[in-house]
Design a binder for this molecule. Structure first.
Ligand code: ZN
Length: 209
């Protein structure tokens, strides 16, 4: 970019263009929009950005982000702790939560198996999931709730399927039902972007895996 614009604006445009889904043109528009906004609006936006990582922790049960550990879902007595929905990303859990059809708890993997990108099982929260099942299988019941069903809600993509298959194999030998979210979701579609009805049908129509 030329030096036609002042440095502060150029820096902001550069930062905006690094964000996902924001091209150079949108970055310029955003920067110009902020320039025209009242100072207090900009200050509160700045505070929201700088405070983003404050007061956020990972729930050490489901690995979702939360204000406290355990998160409000894991800590909620009315959620069915014996039912775990496994998702690739936080936003997938957000999408499923919006359907208000799911009363169980989550497990966020933080990605999917992708050998080309060097992402193996150790980079995901798979061991942590197995441990939840293992702890629940402990007859004393002290380590954690007994898990009856694991719903694999990874994306219906090649990598999502591979991840689901890997987890299914890792859970063989445990007394737990493993189901796969499928019906209603298009192949190659994203759980995150599916509409609520499609997701609701997919959850209801889940089958043995
Ligand atoms: Zn949690």
């Amino acid at each position: 970019m030329t030096n036609f614009l002042p440095k502060s604006i150029r820096t902001l445009i550069e930062e905006f263009s690094r964000l996902p889904g924001v091209g150079p043109k949108s970055a310029q528009r955003l920067a110009m929009h902020l320039l025209r906004s009242p100072r207090d609006k900009i200050v509160s936006l700045g505070q929201a950005v700088t405070g983003l990582k404050d007061d956020i922790v990972f729930c050490e049960t489901c690995w979702n982000i939360a204000e406290r550990n355990p998160c409000y879902v894991c800590d909620n007595p009315s959620r069915d702790k014996s039912l775990i929905c496994v998702v690739e990303e936080i936003l997938d859990a957000v999408a499923i939560e919006k359907t208000a059809e799911f009363s169980g708890v989550y497990h966020v993997l933080h990605g999917r198996l992708s050998p080309v990108d060097g992402i193996g099982p150790d980079q995901l929260k798979i061991l942590e999931l197995v441990k939840r099942i293992e702890d629940g299988a402990d007859v004393s019941g002290e380590k954690g709730p007994k898990i009856n069903e694991v719903i694999l809600a990874t994306n219906p993509s090649l990598e999502g399927e591979a991840t689901a298959l890997y987890i299914q194999k890792a859970l063989i030998g445990f007394d737990v039902k493993v189901t796969r979210i499928a019906r209603g979701l298009p192949v190659g579609g994203d759980v995150e972007y599916a509409d609520e009805i499609t997701l609701m049908r997919a959850m209801k129509g889940r089958g043995d895996f």
